[in-house]
Ligand binder design. Structure first.
Ligand SMILES: Nc1ncnc2c1ncn2[C@@H]1O[C@H](COP(=O)(O)OP(=O)(O)OP(=O)(O)O)[C@@H](O)[C@H]1O
Ligand SMILES: [Mg+2]
Length: 525
């Protein structure tokens, strides 16, 4: 197979060429698919089918096997058993080229690992196409590449400079670039693994418009994975529900209700409400006065958090919530202002200093910042509180460490064969639970959660809410940043709305409504 060199960015990249374009009606069937990893039977005789023009939901709890099934379809795993049929004919998908040759494109859950960060937006979007066009040629028309990339982006509804390096994009923008890349070449089947998790509501609607257009007008068959149930009902016609690696239901969406879906998925009855635990609220614990971040990513922010209080920070994606969390935690440099804990001024110059002064952060980009993916689960869980497991000057009591880790695994329902499993091998949602769990062991005074429920299933969300409630009950201060307004309304005592990197409105939760929050989130005054 020919290797083609591309690379307008700093380093050359070699990618393999392949792909046949097709444009008519097709069916894709997976039959009796099973796959095992050490200690885990991830899929057990799964049947799955999707056809052109259809938007098909793939649903299941964290660790049910959704991503694994789609990775098989995308050629990421070669060691499965079972059969795949394309238009009734048996095909063999054992590597990504096999999948691409059939026009199957998978946009994976781990956005960060799928893009080449030091290349431009245009190069990332046009990667497959460039290779195709270059067959036998030894030059690239960069003008064309950028123009075509702009055209594809227009179809996806994103407005970005094609010369921007991918490393400078937000999560949402990276997601859109990945979708654009899939669509730059002929696609028969498009798999979107939790594409909406990092997207704002407007961006989600934009994506849905695009999905409908692709399905209806271009006969693309789409598989859609999401933990947001209303989205499933809004956009999908058919659905497959996985539980513990097996198919429990395969039906049309109109035969289900949300309640029924959740019960099938979890295998038990479930109330989807988050009973707010009411705890007595104490004195001001944390006070932030006129905080400014060095590069203007937080501007004149003042607020308070009292002991036992859950303070919601909301606003649209990009309003500055993550930037505020990072500045409070010392990950972004503070320019001016003051952070006081129990009236005492803190000196937070780094995350290390923040942890020592009683702050904990569960960050948004968990794979990059929240967990060490190459380390076992127990190491991740106990890392921020290692001093509690240290005997004498330096000996870490690994037995106590493991015992504590097993407790958190139990409490949060982290799906893993044992506390020794590498975090990289956990499903997306379970990695998120590890990122949350490690701070539950650490004994902080103020806990900052940045979009903690992104990508976790409804059952796990419940568990995380319960744990946050338990922390509040212990008199901790909680900052809960999320663009999911219903969640903010459910869990917080008080709400601050951010717009354009500053706080524009404060609400008592009892007086707030979704409409009012949206109004201020959108810059209303
Ligand atoms: N490479 C791997 N090595 C070991 N175990 C793995 C590997 N990939 C997946 N697993 C395990 O297989 C199971 C299914 O994982 P998968 O990622 O498919 O779940 P999922 O349904 O996508 O969950 P989520 O909603 O959290 O993304 C999990 O128990 C996971 O830990
Ligand atoms: Mg997954």
């Amino acid at each position: 197979m020919a290797l083609t060199r591309i690379g307008e960015g700093r380093l050359p990249v070699y990618i393999q060429e392949a792909r046949i374009g097709m444009e008519s009606k097709h069916t894709l069937e997976m039959k009796g698919i099973s796959i095992e990893f050490p200690g885990v039977k991830a899929l057990d005789h799964v049947d799955f089918a999707v056809k052109s023009g259809e938007i098909h939901a793939l649903v299941g709890a964290n660790g049910a096997g959704k991503s694994t099934l789609m990775k098989i379809l995308g050629g990421a795993y070669g060691h499965y058993v079972g059969e795949i049929y394309f238009d009734g004919k048996k095909v063999d998908i054992r590597n990504p080229q096999d999948a691409k040759a059939l026009g199957i494109d998978v946009v994976y859950q781990e956005v960060d690992t799928a893009l080449i960060s030091y290349l431009t937006v245009a190069e990332n979007i046009m990667m497959d196409k460039m290779v195709n066009e270059m067959k036998g040629k030894h030059f690239i028309r960069w003008g064309n590449i950028h123009r075509e990339a702009r055209e594809v982006m227009k179809r996806v509804g994103i407005d970005l400079d094609t010369h921007t390096l991918v490393q400078d994009l937000s999560l949402a923008q990276k997601q859109m670039v990945l979708i654009a890349r899939a669509l730059a070449t002929n696609t028969n089947f498009l798999v979107l693994d939790e594409p909406t998790a990092p997207l704002s509501q407007t961006e989600t609607e934009e994506l849905f418009r695009l999905m409908r257009d692709l399905a209806q007008n271009q006969q693309v068959g789409i598989v859609f994975i999401s933990h947001r149930l209303p989205e499933i009902f809004e956009i999908c016609e058919t659905i497959t529900i996985l539980r513990d690696g097996q198919v429990v239901t395969d039906t049309t969406i109109d035969t289900l209700t949300q309640q029924k879906l959740v019960e099938l998925m979890l295998g038990r009855r479930f109330e989807e409400t988050y009973p707010k635990i009411h705890v007595p609220i104490g004195d001001v614990l944390l006070e932030v006065r006129d905080l400014n971040e060095e590069y203007g990513r937080v501007r004149n922010v003042s607020f308070t958090v009292r002991a036992g209080e859950i303070v919601g920070i909301t606003g649209l994606v990009g309003a500055g919530k993550t930037e505020l969390c990072k500045t409070l935690f010392g990950a972004y440099p503070m320019k001016s202002g003051e952070i006081l804990l129990r009236g005492k001024s803190l000196h937070i110059k780094s995350p290390h200093a923040a942890v020592h002064q009683g702050m904990a952060l569960v960050p948004e980009e968990r794979r990059k910042e929240g967990v060490l993916v190459d380390e076992p689960v127990f190491v991740n869980l106990t890392l921020p509180s290692l001093d509690r497991f240290t005997k004498g000057p330096a000996f870490v009591d690994t037995r106590a460490e493991r015992a504590k880790a097993r407790e958190v695994i139990q409490d949060l329902g982290i799906r893993t064969p044992s506390e020794n499993q590498k975090v990289a091998y956990l499903s997306g949602g379970n990695q998120q639970k590890v990122a949350v769990g490690k701070w539950l062991i650490a004994d902080a005074e103020v806990y900052i959660f940045d979009e903690p429920t992104k990508g976790v299933d409804v059952g796990a969300k419940h568990d995380i809410f319960a744990l946050i409630g338990a922390l509040a009950k212990q008199g901790k201060g909680i900052i809960y940043a999320s663009s999911e307004i219903p969640e903010i309304l459910d869990i917080s005592d008080r709400i601050y709305v951010m717009y354009d990197f500053t706080i524009v409105k404060e609400f008592e939760t009892s007086e707030a409504t979704e409409e009012a929050i949206l109004f201020y989130s959108a810059g209303g005054q």
